[in-house]
Design a binder for this molecule. Structure first.
Ligand code: DCM
Length: 124
């Protein structure tokens, strides 16, 4: 399972542009990553957001849905609130953007993230 965060702050949603691997570079995603053995999805999300963006977060609700990623992976999304830190692209990303609801489709999302983002906007 891959868990990604719908990270919210003051009515905006955080989008992250991937810098790797080459086939995904330049495309935007909800930041997150693979759930490791022994972790719950919310624990994995907190770890990934700390590693990738340098922020401490509190997971909220599971956004309903499960989106296939290929190679047996499936994407689940949780809302997350920033507790501390200002997100910076520390690994895997080269740009971050806070999007208002009206701006959500101004970046080139990974196809599999589009339905997840649309669903996540309901929680904005
Ligand atoms: N992934 C995705 N959408 C996301 C997060 C991740 O499609 N919002 C995919 C990209 C990778 C895999 O999940 O193929 C694992 O992500 P990572 O490399 O960040 O661990």
């Amino acid at each position: 399972m891959v868990v990604a965060g719908a990270v919210y702050d003051r009515g905006r949603l955080l989008a992250a542009r991937r810098s790797a691997p080459p086939e995904l570079a330049g495309r935007w995603e909800l930041p997150g990553g693979k759930v490791e053995p022994g972790e719950t999805p919310p624990e994995a999300l907190v770890r990934e957001l700390r590693e990738e963006l340098g922020i401490e977060t509190e997971p909220g609700e599971r956004v309903p849905g499960a989106w296939p990623l290929g190679r047996g992976h499936v994407l689940h999304v949780w809302t997350a609130r920033v507790l501390s830190g200002e997100p910076r692209p520390l690994q895997d990303h080269d740009e971050l953007r806070w999007l208002t609801r009206a701006e959500w489709d101004t970046v080139d999302w990974l196809e599999q993230d589009v339905p997840a983002v649309v669903e996540a906007l309901r929680y904005l």
